[in-house]
Design a protein around this ligand. Structure first.
Ligand SMILES: Cc1ncc(COP(=O)(O)O)c(C=O)c1O
Ligand SMILES: N[C@H](C=O)CCC(=O)O
Length: 428
């Protein structure tokens, strides 16, 4: 950690908290963030030449593992033809077509440069389309740092104790109604009170920013029905769950179709990309067809499209997703079994290639309250024990873990051996 410590001190002189995104600062688990110098397959290598099995996967995007040779080659080829044109390219159409193969509900879609842009734009569009202002979101869900959605948010906002951010004017969040995840009665009540004023309901259909909590199918179906009945737009934020819980995201997994979908992470293959799209009738309200303005200098960037397209192509090969899901299941079962043997109460959630670890007896975990009541101090000790043994988990108790196609049986076995070792000395 010697070099990481020096680098962190230097970074802290110039960058707030020494990091360009807060959860990286390790405040959720204590200690000094590990500075990485390279990554390959399932491994990260730090500045002190330590190797780690990586379950952060850059917070989701690296679904094929790091520096996948086909993706790197595609990026190199695209870069050699120019980094950005600010004009349309054929690759953008191919990307839209490729996404629609898996997400047919996205009849029209637009590329942006981050998940935050995707949710921000979807929200504006929903409001422009309905002519209404109020929106419903859920506690512990995180949709990027969009002002109107930084209310009782998950991820770093929750970890760092600022789920509702200072700097967001009250007027901006006056129309944000925040409810409990998986609590359909609360949503029914809100619709009973505000029905005709509600522009949109936005949620993570599999929440990955309060660790990993799947929505109940009845909850999602209930939201679908309420939105349809009240003329509100149902937005699935699948920035994280897209291509992760199923190639077609949570909407394919649950068989419930939203009006708008937000994507990010995997769709960019490690490059800064997001996308939003949905019903044609709604999407046609976007400029230049309609009046709802949305734009981006680097939107549809050719190098990013190349990375995303190749990632989706490799991921779509027969058997690839199924194998990834099977690996995740072995890992989840293994964590459960090792914890049981060590007498440590642990709840494990998993779906597709996402996984959640909660140190609590209170399962299955379905609510925000269960998440925040879990033993986060113990998670911190587990995190550091695993780190010392060469396994890099999320440096915060409120983040999901991710598996890639590069995580093979040996890597999983090694991870579970280390987990068994660390659980021997985990304390209370
Ligand atoms: C579900 C979800 N939505 C939106 C975002 C925002 O994406 P980005 O960080 O690319 O802006 C994230 C991650 O940060 C996310 O997990
Ligand atoms: N949970 C966040 C996104 O999914 C983590 C990424 C970040 O905030 O840096």
């Amino acid at each position: 950690m010697k070099h990481s410590e020096t680098l962190f001190q230097a970074a802290s002189q110039h960058i707030p908290g020494g990091v360009n995104s807060p959860v990286r600062a390790f405040r959720g688990v204590g200690g000094t963030p590990v500075f990485m110098r390279r990554a390959q397959g399932p491994y990260l290598y730090d500045e002190d030449y330590q190797r780690y099995v990586d379950y952060v996967c850059s917070w989701g995007p690296m679904i094929l593992g790091h520096a996948h040779p086909e993706v790197v080659e595609a990026v190199q080829q695209a870069a050699a033809h120019g980094l950005s044109f600010g004009a349309p390219t054929e690759a953008e159409t191919r990307m839209a077509q490729q996404i629609k193969v898996h997400f047919p509900s996205m009849e029209l879609l637009r590329m942006v440069s981050s998940g935050t842009e995707a949710t921000m734009s979807a929200l504006r569009l929903a409001r422009g389309y309905t002519g209404r202002n109020k929106i419903i979101k859920f506690q512990g869900n995180y949709h990027g740092h969009v002002d109107a959605l930084l209310v009782k948010a998950g991820s770093g906002a929750l970890t760092l104790g600022n789920p509702t951010s200072p700097g967001v004017p009250e007027a901006v969040v006056a129309d944000t109604i925040t409810l409990s995840y998986n609590d359909l009665d609360a949503v029914k009540q809100a619709f009973a009170e505000y029905g005709e004023e509600i522009a949109a309901v936005i949620l993570e259909p599999v929440a990955g920013n309060m660790n990993m909590v799947p929505a109940d199918a009845a909850f999602l179906q209930g939201l679908r029905d309420l939105c349809t009945r009240n003329g509100s737009v149902l937005i699935f934020d699948e920035v994280m769950s897209g291509f992760r819980v199923h190639l077609g995201g949570a909407q394919a997994r649950y068989g419930i179709t939203p009006d708008l979908t937000c994507l990010g992470k995997v769709v960019g293959g490690g490059m800064p990309v997001g996308a939003f799209g949905g019903r044609r009738e709604i999407m046609e309200h976007l400029s230049p067809l309609g009046g709802v303005y949305q734009a981006g200098t680097l939107a549809g960037n050719p190098v990013a499209m190349a990375a995303g397209l190749k990632t989706l192509e490799v991921l779509s090969r027969p058997g690839t997703f199924e194998a990834l899901e099977a690996t995740t299941r072995v890992l989840a079962d293994g964590f459960r079994e090792r914890a049981e043997r060590a007498g440590i109460p642990l709840q494990v959630t998993h779906m597709g290639s996402m996984l959640g670890l909660f140190f609590t007896e209170d399962g299955p975990v379905r609510t925000y309250q269960q998440v925040v009541d879990s033993n986060t101090a113990r998670y911190g000790r587990f995190f550091h024990g695993m780190l010392e043994n060469g396994v890099y988990l999320a440096p915060a108790a409120f983040e999901a873990s991710f598996v890639s196609t590069a995580h093979d049986d040996d890597v999983v076995e090694l991870t579970l051996d280390m987990a068994a070792r660390v659980m021997q000395n985990l304390g209370d």
